[in-house]
Design a protein around this ligand. Structure first.
Ligand code: NAP
Length: 373
């Protein structure tokens, strides 16, 4: 009755396995983003302790987590650089959610001494949740050695994205282990797992956060501490430069609310449901043709770099015209012209090393010039 050739049978089996894998992934997304929470399997942050500590808490994703946790009754320690912003966000949260807040103004790009201050300020608080959200990225995709003050920049990125996560975990793990409960969420990025040339330093620091979280999760599971890592694609924040939210780039509130449903149900994922679908797509593309994935991302990054240079050139042009106009009036000397070398180099890279952007299939990916990807 089933009269298939060997080749046909192998083909059908491969098709069956392919769809079984896809369905399994869709089931995991459905469970972690919706069903698990509805069934009460996700963690209840309120039961873990009275306080939540959030780094990078005055804007974007960090602020959204602060709002969500305050809305369910947790007191919040907000940490970021600007004291004014901290005071205003803290007052807003206290007024709207009737919880206590504390603020700590530190710059995570700085060296180790800031951690003594944070440790002093959170001493004695029962910390149930730590969210390591703070992170810094490139202003635009760039070759590592071409970034202005590249050594200093590299140190700041490592301090902000790697040292902060490690030191903040060390600070709270002891007291969480004593109480045998606690939850740590580390915010990485999907750039940790997809090729991200021209942002290699940022993506590698996020790969550290990913690996560190996965191993820490296993290490501290016996102590009742859950560690989770979220690796988002785009979220509409200042860092990504995306102003209008969409299904691909949700607003921070939707992102935070969505990912909180999966707390305790998985160790690492993209977090938000649509980003999880994007992940399936990236992973499959990477498996089927790693070189096209690499070429596509390389060209997208080069395009973003070119756009950033074009914008800068336009700005300089405008400034020059402005200054020329005022120099006529005030007899000032003319300003230095635009640096053509770097612009020419971008053109050469784009037009000679690789096919033009128009020839590269975009696979539905829309990227933005200033990127937290
Ligand atoms: N947005 C995305 O598309 C995206 C995608 C993947 C991953 N991520 C990751 O998500 C995290 C949050 O990003 P976001 O987009 O929400 O950023 P954001 O909107 O720019 O907010 C950053 C927050 O961190 C604080 N901050 C920045 N630099 C700091 C420093 N050196 N020390 C202390 N605080 C600092 C900022 O406040 P002050 O300026 O007052 O300090 C602000 O509260 C980052 O780790 C990022 O890598 C974002």
């Amino acid at each position: 009755m089933w009269n298939y050739t060997v080749l046909e049978s192998v083909g059908l089996l491969a098709l069956f396995v392919f769809w079984a894998l896809i369905l399994n992934e869709l089931w995991i997304i459905f469970y972690t983003c919706y069903l698990g929470h509805v069934l009460g399997h996700s963690i209840k942050p309120r039961k873990l302790g009275k306080w939540a500590v959030i780094t990078g808490a005055t804007d974007g994703i960090g602020r959204a987590y602060a709002e969500e946790l305050a809305s369910i009754g947790l007191n919040i320690v907000l940490i970021s650089r600007s004291r004014d912003k901290l005071q205003s966000v803290a007052a807003d949260i206290e007024n709207r959610h009737h919880v206590e807040t504390r603020i700590i103004d530190v710059d995570f790009t700085k060296e180790a001494e800031i951690y003594d201050r944070i440790a002093r300020d959170i001493n004695g608080l029962e910390i149930g949740v730590l969210i390591n959200n703070v992170g810094m990225s490139y202003k635009y995709p760039e070759y590592l050695d071409q970034i202005p003050d590249s050594s200093g920049f590299a140190q700041r990125v490592v301090n902000c994205n790697v040292v902060s996560v490690t030191r903040m975990c060390i600070m709270v793990l002891g007291q969480m282990a004593e109480r045998k409960k606690g939850f740590i969420l580390n915010v990485a990025s999907c750039s940790a797992v997809v090729p991200t040339p021209l942002m290699s330093l940022y993506s590698s620091t996020k790969a550290f956060v990913y690996k560190f979280s996965e191993d820490l999760a296993l290490e501290y599971k016996p102590f009742g501490i859950r560690v989770q890592c979220v690796l988002p694609c785009f979220v509409a924040t200042k860092m990504s430069g995306i102003k209008n939210s969409s299904i691909m780039a949700p607003c921070p509130a939707d992102f935070a609310r969505g990912t909180m449903k999966s707390w305790g149900l998985e160790i690492s994922s993209a977090g938000y449901w649509f980003h999880k679908l994007q992940w399936i797509y990236y992973r499959r593309l990477n498996q089927i043709s790693p070189s096209s994935m690499a070429n596509v991302t390389y060209n997208i990054m080069m395009g973003l770099r070119k756009r950033a240079f074009d914008r800068r050139a336009q700005q300089q042009q405008r400034q020059r015209l402005q200054q020329e106009k005022s120099s006529v009036e005030t007899n000032n000397p003319p300003v230095v012209p635009v640096n053509r070398y770097s612009l020419a180099r971008v053109e050469r890279d784009l037009n000679e090393m690789w096919p033009t952007l128009a020839e590269i299939p975009r696979y539905g990916i829309t990227l933005h010039a200033q990127t937290g990807f």
